[in-house]
Write a protein that binds this ligand. Structure first.
Ligand code: URA
Length: 208
């Protein structure tokens, strides 16, 4: 496994506008939704297909549909919901897990306050979403929780990653492919990605 950088020009263009501190809350949210559609396209690019028999208005044919059980999107609250929304527009039948973790601002460690996932996650592909892979503490903990519930086919999708986060994440979960639009320069002493885009949750919801 490893890291896939989604370098599509539309993704890169939208990401630049999201980074700009003068982009409004409404603009940030709209761009996050748009970019999530493109990221979702990439993270699902290699899904297996199987043919089903259908009848078009003209004739019968074998036509492809996605094989296997419905996908699960697992959103790490609260910022994960910004990616989740667009992904559900593309894959409306997906099941959804919510994992509530907040970052203790002093220790930077994740504290769980909510976990709700579909019962049967064992044989499903799970795409865990969180816009920022910073220290990776939350992502590592969320994925461990899903693995403890029997999940074994997991991908992680974010918008921005720090090199430090990538290193820690891939050590903790070498079997989980990471998809990101960019890997930035570094993490600062407060755990922010630099140059980054600030606090994704705050920018999305206009808090702070
Ligand atoms: N979470 C954010 O929202 N932004 C960062 O830069 C790091 C973690």
């Amino acid at each position: 496994m490893g890291v896939t950088i989604v370098s599509h020009p539309l993704v890169q263009h939208k990401l630049t506008i999201m980074r700009d501190k003068d982009t409004s809350t409404a603009g940030f949210r709209r761009l996050l939704k748009e970019i999530s559609l493109l990221l979702c396209y990439e993270v699902t690019r290699d899904l297996q297909l199987t043919n089903i028999r259908i009848q078009t208005p003209l004739m019968e044919m074998d036509a492809p549909v996605i094989e296997g059980k419905k996908l699960v999107f697992a959103s790490i609250l609260r910022a994960g919901n910004g990616l989740l929304e667009g992904m559900l527009d593309l894959v409306p039948a997906a099941r959804v897990a919510h994992i509530g973790l907040y970052r203790d601002h002093e220790t930077l460690l994740p504290v769980e306050y909510y976990f709700k996932a579909p019962e049967d996650i064992v044989n499903r592909l799970i795409i865990v979403v969180d816009p920022m892979l910073a220290t990776a503490n939350s992502a590592i903990a969320a994925i461990q929780k899903l693995k403890d519930r029997g999940a074994s086919n997991i991908r992680f999708l974010c918008l921005l990653a720090a090199p430090e986060g990538i290193e820690r994440f891939t050590k903790a979960h070498p079997d989980v492919q990471v998809f990101t639009a960019a890997i930035d320069d570094h993490l600062n002493e407060k755990g922010y990605i630099v140059p980054g885009l600030g606090d994704a949750g705050d920018r999305m919801y206009g808090t702070k």
